[in-house]
Design a protein around this ligand. Structure first.
Ligand code: FES
Length: 359
């Protein structure tokens, strides 16, 4: 029996005022004129709730680039979904936040590029952006909304890990997410300049453990290490087609945000199919869904029901074949590719920019 999705990731737009070199946008960006209109998103939120989805994550790109964001949050909220706004915060002024609160936003996740303003602005390619984020954080907590501070870390900013943890606490976040870059899309292209050294990773892990002790009972700290340093893969997205529906700005429904990197797949559109039909019957959601699918070398492995053989997009990115075991697994036939990638880590810390989606 098909499991029930828990979360809808609503990628509202690829437009963004920032240009981080690890951007999760795909390499081919959707133009604003091709984005889903308000009425289709509204139907999608209602269909998601009917399907059993609990959370709607509003992301992009920068979701605040959508002029109808408060209408969309309102539609999701009325449908009974918990609404989480994932934003850079650089345009979250009093008026914008007020409209979102009136619409029923439940939670705000602010992304930070660093704890140091100059480096943060350089990484995001947005002068004054860090100061705007701090102001946005103050507005969110003053309004009584729960705040998560998300720090994306890599070789150029990991030496500030203690300062990032302190900053998250200082701005009143109830949750701090320290997330190492995951290597898809732009981050894969810039991998050699983003990948931390093992020594950096060890120091960061120790800093997180110490902060967890120090902030216990006040702040929850989530810590995501780079897959490449793990001995076993993660159950990416909770398993292909098991927990998550990702809808792109143009309306394509996918089991994960990077699925478009897989060649030869045709993604169903919410413009002409219901979410339930897509989840239960579309070919692409069935393609790598367990238990019918398992990478050949994983069959019989006791961890298959835990990690499903890892990430399909990573398997394709590294081996050219999405059906193979994720090379991150130390038991995978292609595990040697991980050591080779780690060997390419560059000492140069200049991170190339991604391109920016235009209206
Ligand atoms: Fe696509 Fe992991 S990102 S399956």
């Amino acid at each position: 029996m098909t499991s029930q999705p828990l979360a809808l990731i609503a990628e509202l737009t690829h437009r963004c005022p920032l240009s981080c070199g690890y951007c999760s946008n795909p390499l081919e960006l959707e133009r604003a004129s091709a984005e889903l209109p308000t009425e289709i998103w509204t139907r999608v939120f209602a269909e998601a709730a009917d399907l059993g989805v609990l959370h709607a994550h509003f992301t992009g790109g920068e979701p605040m680039s959508r002029r109808d964001l408060s209408e969309l949050i309102g539609a999701a909220s009325r449908a009974g979904l918990y609404t989480n706004l994932i934003t850079s915060g650089v345009t979250l002024d009093d008026r914008a936040l007020g409209a979102l609160i009136d619409a029923g936003v439940d939670h705000v996740q602010l992304s930070f590029q660093d704890s140091e303003p100059a480096t943060a602005d350089a990484i995001g390619g947005y002068r004054g952006g860090h100061a705007r984020k701090l102001a946005a954080a103050a507005r969110v907590t003053a309004a009584g909304l729960p705040l998560t501070a998300n720090f994306v870390v890599h070789q150029s900013n990991l030496h500030h890990i203690n300062e990032m943890l302190s900053l998250g606490d200082d701005i009143g976040a109830s949750r701090i997410e320290i997330a190492h870059v995951q290597y898809h899309g732009w981050a894969l292209k810039n991998r050699a300049r983003l990948m931390p050294t093992f020594a950096q990773l060890e120091a960061a892990t120790a800093a997180v453990e110490a902060a967890r002790e120090r902030l216990r009972g006040r702040v929850v700290i989530d810590y995501v290490i780079p897959d490449y340093f793990a001995s076993r893969p993660k159950a990416c997205m909770g398993g292909w087609g098991q927990r998550i529906i990702n809808v792109s700005p143009g309306g394509l429904a996918m089991p994960c945000h990077a699925a478009m990197s897989l060649p030869g797949l045709t993604f169903p559109s919410v413009r002409d199919r219901s979410l339930a039909d897509i989840w239960n019957n579309s070919e692409v959601f069935q393609l790598f869904r367990a238990p019918a699918f398992a990478p050949e070398s994983c069959r019989g492995c006791e961890r298959l029901e835990i990690d499903f053989g890892g990430c399909r997009c990573q398997a394709h990115a590294l081996t050219g074949d999405a059906t193979r075991a994720d090379p991150v697994c130390e038991l995978a036939p292609d595990h040697g590719l991980i050591a080779a990638a780690l060997g390419e880590t560059a000492s140069d810390t200049v991170i190339p920019r991604r391109m920016t989606a235009r209206d």
